[in-house]
Structure formats: C-alpha cells, structure tokens
Ligand binder design. Structure first.
Ligand SMILES: Cc1ncc(COP(=O)(O)O)c(C=O)c1O
Length: 502
C-alpha cells in the first residue's frame, strides 16, 4: 500500500520570496532533496497541486512548474485518475547519490569503508601548527617572501609562455622537465658534492611528496624505519602512512646516535636523516658518523634517506658536502626542495635516486599525478640557468644572517631568564631553551594567545624531551616584526600560568 502525504509541511523550509532563485525552482529543489534524502519515500502519494499551492500560499502555476520538472527528470510519476506519486523507478543518478552517502556514513561510523592506508592518513598530521595564510613571527620554514624577486619571476614566466607555450602544454616526462633536471644535477654536483646526472633526478611536488614516494616504493607495511627523534613530522607522516614500524633514534652533538639506533633495531629497512642540519635541533652529522652510517647501510642493505632541506643557508664556514657524495654503495636516496630557497607553494622538490631505483620512482610519480606543471618547471630551469638562483641564494644568505642577528639581539634584551636562544651557523630557525621544568606546549599556547607563533620541541619528539624548548623561525620577518614579536613573546612567557608550570 502506498503512503499518502496529506501535508508536505515536514518537507519544506520557508521559501525565500526575496531570493534571486525563482519560487518554482526553490520548490523543485526542496522536493528533490526530500526525495533524495528519503524523507519522501518511493511510492508516496503527494497532495494535489491545488492543495499544495494552498498549503504553501503559492500560485498553482508555481507548483505545476516545479512538478513538471520533477516529472521530466523521473522523480515523480502520474497515475491516471489517481494523482501524483514519488517514482518507484528512481533515476540512476539518484541511486548513485544514495550509495555515496551510505558509504560516507558507514566510514564515519566504523572506519570500514577506508583502506588501511586511508585510515592511517586520516589520523596523521604533517605539521605541528597552522601553516596557512600570511606567515607571522616566528612561524618556521618561511623564506623572506618580502625579498623574493617577484618582477623577475613574472618576466620569466611571461617570456617562457610567449616563446614555448605550444611545447609546454602537452603531457611531459613523469621524471620531470629535462632542462630542470639537468640544472638541478649540475647545481647539486657543484655546490653539494652530490654524485648524479639528470637521469637520476625525479621532480616531485616538494620534498614531502618525495618522501611519500620513497616510503611507498621501498617499504612493506611492518618494515622498520629509523627516524631521528626529535625529527621532521612530515617524514614521520610519510613513514607511518606506508605502515612502517618507526624506531625513534636519539640525536646528540654529532647528530643521529647510531649506536643507540643499532641497540633498538639492528636491521632497519630505511633510515631517515637530516645530516647537514638536524631537524629541528640544528647539529651537523659528524664525518665519522657519516662514514659509520654508510658502512652500516652497506652491510645491512638499509636505504638511507638524506633530507637536505635547507643546506643553502650556512652563515659561517664551509658546509659539509652531502652524505650522498660519500656513498660508494649507492644506498643513499637524496631528497631536496625549492620550498625554502624560493617559496613554499612552488611545490617543487626532487629525489636523486640510486640508479636501480630510478624506474620505480618515476613510475610511482606517474601513478601519483603524472608530473609537475611543465610551465613552473621551465621557469625554474630558466631562473637557475640564467644565474638568478645563485644570486638569490647569496642575497638571502646575507639577509638571513642579519635577521638571525636581530633576533638574538632582541632576545638578549627582552627574553632574559625566560628563553635561552642559541645562535646557529645555519638554517632558518633558532631553538630557545625554556627554564627547567617549564612545559613547552603551555608556553607555545600562551605565545599563540599573544599572537606569536612558536612551536614546542615536544611536538617533534616521539619520546618526551629532557628539556622544554621553542622553535623560532626568523628568516621571513623584518627587524621591526622580530622586535615586536619578541616583546610579545616575553609578555606571554612571563604570565603566571607559564611560571607555575615550572
Ligand atoms: C626537514 C624538512 N624537510 C622538508 C621540508 C619541506 O617540505 P616541502 O618541500 O614539502 O615543502 C621541510 C619543511 O618544513 C622540513 O622541515
């Protein structure tokens, strides 16, 4: 027996007579939604158009118009002499909508609609805070966006489009645009001692993407992976998503503590390191540790992932060449990014792969979105080959050294007894140590309430750190911003709640 709807008041919200959407269209939308959501079930008999017009205080024509559209689309059916019904033969797209809704609801309830990978990533975070919107002090990982050569970049962009739009628009090589791969190979060989040629370079959407590809290609779920502790959350996320068993390895003044790693897991499949500038504490992996690590990887067959994320910014002395350049066994997968040297949303990074993994990485890059935008890659290749890149880095190195100096000066003046900021020969942030016993998460929350962004060291740790510390990025901010934010931070760290946490 079919249901009879004597009134449809439960189906409608008030129609908006001042809306630009015609009343018959609003009526159509509401009836259609009611049918799609099941509030009006298949086979339900509707009131006559005259009754409905009366109930809703509409002209009968308005109702007739809405019904006509619903008949035409198959949501309603007429039975001669018996009125209008919700169709029992619902159109395909309606059923599709229902199925999608069911799947979503089911996954919300018990997670079973998601794959293992889907469930893993839905609980993973790649950063400890908010990295969206205009950066404010002391958000980390932010280059000097006030000093980027915007005009020059725009000129190169226009020129490249004018000269070779037709060559750029078709699909390109999944490994990346060849002139860019050549430029990267040449840059890394000369400045970082990396042993590679263009055929080993795979262009990715930043280094986080590179790490995700590497983890997926190398690891089986359950494989052990060493990770520096504290360490980069993005690397932790990529390894977790691939189902790895994470082995936190402590760092000391010489970087990754190999002996400690071996004691915890003597046979890791992958080792993630930031040898040039440990993330986030900033030490350099010593030469003896580098050689030891390479020997260990050669012996055990582990892959080393070297994340060289900000090595361009060294302010004193000569940088140690990349670990990859010392590797005679081809166990090192080198990962780099343009997020720090250009700007974060460039989303261009790269993998320098050992020869026997190139094919798998290129295929994985192709499965995960085919390629990066050719136009962006071509402009960057032009930027590098015309010498602008090297010039920009030189300029930023000088500017960042000055900005670090300003931060240290401001901290000496404003943060005495509240935060002990250590200078650094390299990188884009400083670590400030809190007085003993002060909880760094509480300190970071208090700072945020005062509109200053600082991330607590504990956010990067798997095992709780011995002391609380805050991470302050300085490269993206003017002297004035740095001084103002330092004063704000001093105010936040002087509050009673922070002192009481000590
Ligand atoms: C250690 C480390 N690696 C890599 C990156 C850069 O990631 P992406 O190239 O995906 O922007 C960051 C960014 O903060 C980082 O801290």
């Amino acid at each position: 027996m079919s249901k009879i709807a004597t009134s449809l008041s439960h189906v409608f919200t008030a129609l908006d007579r001042s809306s630009a959407t015609a009343l018959h269209r609003q009526l159509y939308n509401q009836l259609r939604d009611a049918i799609l959501s099941g509030r009006l079930s298949a086979g339900t008999r509707l009131p006559s158009t005259r009754e409905l017009a009366g109930e809703l205080a509409l002209a009968r024509n308005t109702v007739l118009n809405a019904f006509d559209q619903l008949y035409a689309e198959g949501y309603l059916a007429r039975r001669v002499g018996d009125g209008t019904y919700v169709s029992t033969e619902l159109p395909d797209d309606l059923l599709r909508v229902k199925r999608v809704k069911d799947v979503r609801r089911q996954s919300q309830r018990n997670g079973r609609a998601l794959s293992k990978w889907g469930r893993a990533v839905s609980t993973i975070s790649v950063s400890p805070g908010n990295y969206l919107g205009p950066p404010k002090p002391f958000r980390t990982g932010t280059p000097a966006l006030d000093a980027f050569p915007y005009k020059l970049w725009g000129r190169l962009l226009t020129q490249r489009w004018k000269e070779s739009a037709r060559a750029i628009v078709p699909y390109g090589d999944s490994a990346g645009y060849l002139p860019l791969r050549q430029a990267i190979a040449s840059y890394l060989s000369t400045t970082r001692g990396v042993r590679c040629s263009a055929e080993h370079v795979i262009i990715t959407c930043g280094s986080l993407h590179a790490l995700e590809i590497v983890a997926r290609v190398i690891l089986e779920p359950g494989d052990s992976a060493w990770i520096e502790d504290p360490g980069f959350l993005g690397a932790r996320a990529a390894l977790n998503a691939a189902g790895a068993t994470l082995i936190p390895v402590p760092v000391d003044a010489d970087g990754l503590n190999l002996a400690s790693g071996i004691a915890r897991c003597a046979n890791p499949r992958l080792i993630y390191v930031t040898p040039s500038h440990q993330y986030p504490l900033g030490m350099t992996l010593s030469l003896s540790r580098r050689l030891e690590l390479l020997r260990f990887a050669g012996k055990t067959g582990a892959w080393i992932v070297e994340d060289d994320y900000d090595s361009e910014f060294r302010y004193l002395g000569q940088p140690l060449a990349a670990l990859q350049g010392l590797d005679t066994e081809q166990r090192v997968i080198y990962v780099g990014t343009f997020s720090k040297v250009l700007f974060p949303s460039a989303r261009l990074g790269y993998i320098i792969s050992p020869p026997d993994l190139v094919e798998a990485f290129v295929r994985a890059r192709s499965v995960g979105g085919h390629q990066s935008q050719t136009l962006d890659q071509a402009v960057l290749a032009d930027f590098i080959s015309a010498g602008h890149f090297a010039r920009h880095i030189r300029k930023m190195r000088k500017l960042y050294a000055e900005r670090q100096h300003v931060l240290l000066k401001a901290a000496r003046s404003e943060l005495k007894g509240l935060l002990d900021l250590k200078p650094s020969n390299s990188g884009m942030h400083l670590i400030g140590w809190l007085p003993e016993g002060v909880d760094d998460s509480a300190a970071s929350r208090a700072a945020l309430a005062g509109d200053v962004e600082v991330t607590p060291l504990s956010a990067y740790c798997i095992e709780p750190p011995k002391s609380g510390a805050l991470r302050l990025g300085y490269t993206g901010y003017t002297s004035r911003q740095i001084w103002n934010a330092t004063r704000q931070l001093a105010k936040a760290l002087s509050t009673n709640s922070i002192k009481q946490s000590a």
